[in-house]
Design a protein around this ligand. Structure first.
Ligand SMILES: [Zn+2]
Ligand SMILES: [Zn+2]
Length: 391
């Protein structure tokens, strides 16, 4: 089959001490310290064949993720920006959905022809974190498209424990292709759900919600807040197209932060105005720009408010922790989307018309043009580029 692989040089940063596991496995704990000169190459590779409990999925939809963009972008020294665990070369792509075309021995819940989407966090199920149900914190975590072959390819093999059926969604939408494209969005929206509802324990209906950063995770947070009874939702980004997507997904107000600042305004003022002075009960940080966002989040947070921190940045941010004391408020971090009922609950909401995230798709390209799509994603104008193979 044809596949789009990320290739990079194993060249640990001067002064970075590799752990014995990193040396033995070739898997870096933080890719940004080890992999240099990343590039995407289209290659012909062997077709996958399913082992016990596994199926082969023909890819029909795969989203381009900000992590993919970070994997090809580099710092001043040529090291990739992506900071998660990774082992390259690896077929990129992890937000996928498709059709089961081959079923391995011992598979219990899936049949040939089923439409499925997949969790991208390949947890071991054996370590202490996993056995406490903290699958996203697995100490041996592999990630589809970074340390396990990804979905920018004709086919992928996956264990059935990571797959969820899209048959019900296909019935609702009346189209297998639409189900696969919407189904591929469950992975990024799952990260928002996991942060807001699993890690932070959710928000009460009638909450004021503010979302910083309107990429897919932020847009997912907006759609989920709307679907679950937020009173008001205000969103902030620096790209005008993403501001428009935020409105399309249910924000009451969305601001281009740079335009807002030019008018002499600030994010916290907007939050205070829309909440009649009370502040935001839940703030989702999906910008990964803590240095800029945290001072405004602090000023806009309601008493008892929750900050759900989902963006990633390697930098330290100034935070006035005393305001957490006075407000009895909290900051909760989260990553991933495995476990916690995340996938099945989002799929239920989609199947029953409570959540429509299809508006997130702003551009479609053929699956094997993944390299061009990742290049396009660098402009951060699209809310979601969906790679499709309708054949
Ligand atoms: Zn992703
Ligand atoms: Zn584990």
């Amino acid at each position: 089959m044809e596949a789009v692989k990320l290739v990079a040089d194993w060249d640990p940063r001067p002064g970075y001490a590799l752990s014995p596991q990193e040396t033995a496995s070739g898997k870096a704990t933080m890719a940004c310290h080890v992999f240099r000169n990343p590039r995407l190459e289209r290659q012909t590779v062997p077709d996958p064949s399913p082992g016990p409990g596994e199926v082969v999925v023909k890819i029909r939809g795969c989203g381009v993720c900000g992590s993919d963009t970070h994997a090809v972008e580099t710092d001043a020294h040529g090291y990739m920006i992506f900071s998660g665990p990774a082992s390259f070369p690896c077929i990129l792509g992890h937000e996928y959905a498709g059709e089961v075309v081959e079923v391995g021995p011992g598979v219990r819940n899936l049949r040939k022809g089923d439409l499925v989407t997949a969790e991208g966090m390949l947890y071991c199920g054996v370590c202490e974190a996993c056995r406490k149900g903290w699958f996203n914190q697995c100490v041996r975590l592999d990630m589809v498209g970074f340390s396990s072959p990804g979905a920018y390819a004709g086919y992928i093999k996956a264990h059935e424990k990571h797959l969820w059926s899209l048959n019900g969604l296909a019935e609702r939408l009346g189209s297998a292709q639409a189900a696969c494209e919407h189904g591929a969005l469950v992975e990024p929206v799952g990260c928002s759900y996991n942060g807001m509802f699993v890690a932070a324990g959710g928000m009460t209906p009638g909450s004021h919600v503010a979302v910083f950063g309107c990429g897919p995770i932020g847009l997912g947070a907006i759609a989920l807040a709307r679907a679950t009874g937020a009173a008001t939702i205000v969103a902030f980004d620096v790209a005008q197209t993403r501001v428009e997507s935020a409105l399309a997904l249910g924000a009451d107000e969305a601001w281009d932060v740079r335009a807002l600042k030019r008018q002499g305004g600030s994010e916290s003022e907007v939050i205070r105005r829309i909440s009649k002075g009370w502040g935001a009960d839940m703030v989702v940080e999906a910008a990964g720009a803590a240095i800029q966002t945290m001072p405004e989040i602090e000023k806009g947070l309601a008493a008892g408010g929750k900050v759900v921190y989902l963006g990633r940045t390697g930098e330290r941010a100034p935070v006035m922790l005393d305001s957490l004391v006075s407000g009895a408020s909290r900051i909760v971090g989260a990553r991933g989307h495995a476990g916690g009922g995340v996938f099945p609950h989002i799929l239920r909401m989609m199947e029953h018309g409570v959540l429509d995230i299809g508006h997130m798709i702003s551009h479609r390209m053929p699956l094997l043009e993944a390299a061009e799509a990742v290049e396009r994603s660098k402009s951060r104008e699209d809310s979601k580029i969906m790679l499709v193979d309708a054949g």
